[in-house]
Design a protein. Structure first.
Length: 386
């Protein structure tokens, strides 16, 4: 956790659908800047939780342990593997269940997305049947998943970064927003395209499947995208610096850390990312989604507006909240362990069953996540920004 691309965003009057996007806005109009004078709570949950679980702190901690401890101490390396497996079950799998809980557990979402949710569920169910019945199809699904996930991860981080900007009254002008979004889109194209250009960036094995290489596309095409990404970074940095000079405003630190981490996981060299990516799904993307969804869950159930970090911390430890996280954990285990195990008992090869369930439930997650967090409703905007 799609956390997702929250609230809404509008560029030149055209709505941009994302999983977590910014509230509907135009070029700096005060009426379109929600809660600008209200000074909402600056964090989604609280400083420690946000910096560790939302902005990339836990990911870099795990990577540092892998780099400096895991390689030198075999026992510590084994413990790190167990911690990663536990994190996958507790954080990554649970964040998928959180989307299902949001879809069905919130009256607002359940009512607004009833038709789309039914369409997505039926469509993905048919895909699952095809994946179990047609040899080779799970490998195609896995390939599509690795392509789609670039957009999904970056869109979620983009939206969460915008939440931090709104929470801290950092409102971008029209061109600043366009440059920000262009930089995100350029990163998405960069992360996807290199899988079609360089065989070493196209996974050969994933979730028990041997994947095809769809390419190669010409290297000069990738070079154009590479330089476009670099130019977009330079342009956005220039806009940030210019805003600081003119308005004495600097982009919020959590948003900056979040975007730097998100771009790094898709642009750092292969020797780095092949280790870093062992921890990205659970210790960055999954836990980031859980932070956002837990915040909305608490606010929908009566957390007072303007609650400080200490209040939020106490709310996280209340029995009802712990029950919420427990249900997400059990739901994730049921999806990723229970269903493939049941299919295996029916005679389906476990690798085929797991790959099909894993990919199809994530396709469903990607679609629902992109719809859940862009509802054009002031109640949702208030929940996300307050």
């Amino acid at each position: 956790m799609t956390a997702g691309e929250a609230i809404f965003r509008r560029n030149s009057g055209t709505a941009v659908p994302l999983s977590i996007v910014a509230p509907t806005e135009s070029a700096g109009s005060p009426a379109d800047e929600p809660n600008k004078k209200a000074s909402p709570h600056a964090w989604i949950l609280n400083p420690v939780t946000d910096l560790l679980f939302c902005c990339g702190g836990l990911l870099w901690l795990m990577f540092a342990l892998n780099l400096f401890v895991g390689k030198n101490l075999p026992a510590a390396g084994g413990a790190l593997v167990l911690l990663t497996v536990a994190g996958t079950h507790i954080l990554s799998e649970s964040h998928t269940a959180a989307t299902l809980e949001r879809l069905n557990g919130s009256e607002l979402t359940r009512t607004a997305l009833s038709r789309f949710g039914l369409f997505a569920t039926v469509g993905c169910s048919l895909l699952a049947v095809a994946g179990l019945a047609v040899p080779g199809l799970p490998a195609i699904f896995a390939k599509i998943y690795l392509i789609w996930i670039v957009q999904h991860f970056m869109a979620q981080s983009y939206g969460v970064a915008l939440i931090y900007c709104y929470k801290r009254n950092y409102f971008m002008g029209l061109w600043e927003k366009r440059l920000f979004k262009f930089m995100i889109d350029a990163t998405i194209v960069y992360g996807i395209l290199k899988q079609f250009v360089f065989p070493e960036w196209s996974a050969e094995k994933f979730i028990g499947q041997t994947l095809p290489f769809w390419g190669p596309l010409p290297v000069p095409l990738f070079n154009v995208v590479d330089w476009t990404l670099k130019a977009s970074i330079a342009a956005f940095l220039g806009a940030v610096i210019l805003k600081f000079i003119r308005q004495k405003q600097i982009i919020p630190m959590p948003a900056a850390l979040l975007i730097l981490t998100s771009m790094a996981i898709f642009t750092l060299p292969k020797p780095v990312t092949e280790h870093l990516w062992m921890y990205v799904p659970a210790f960055f993307h999954g836990c980031q989604y859980l932070v956002v969804s837990a915040s909305v869950y608490l606010k929908e159930r009566g957390m007072p507006e303007g609650s400080n970090s200490a209040d939020v911390g106490r709310m996280l430890l209340k029995p009802r909240t712990l029950k919420y996280f427990g249900c997400l954990f059990i739901g994730g285990i049921f999806i990723y362990v229970g269903i493939p195990g049941f299919l295996q008992d029916l005679g389906v090869d476990f690798k085929v069953a797991f790959a099909t369930v894993f990919t199809v439930i994530n396709f469903h997650h990607f679609m629902i996540d992109a719809a859940i967090w862009k509802l054009r409703d002031p109640k949702l905007r208030k929940l996300l920004i307050a």
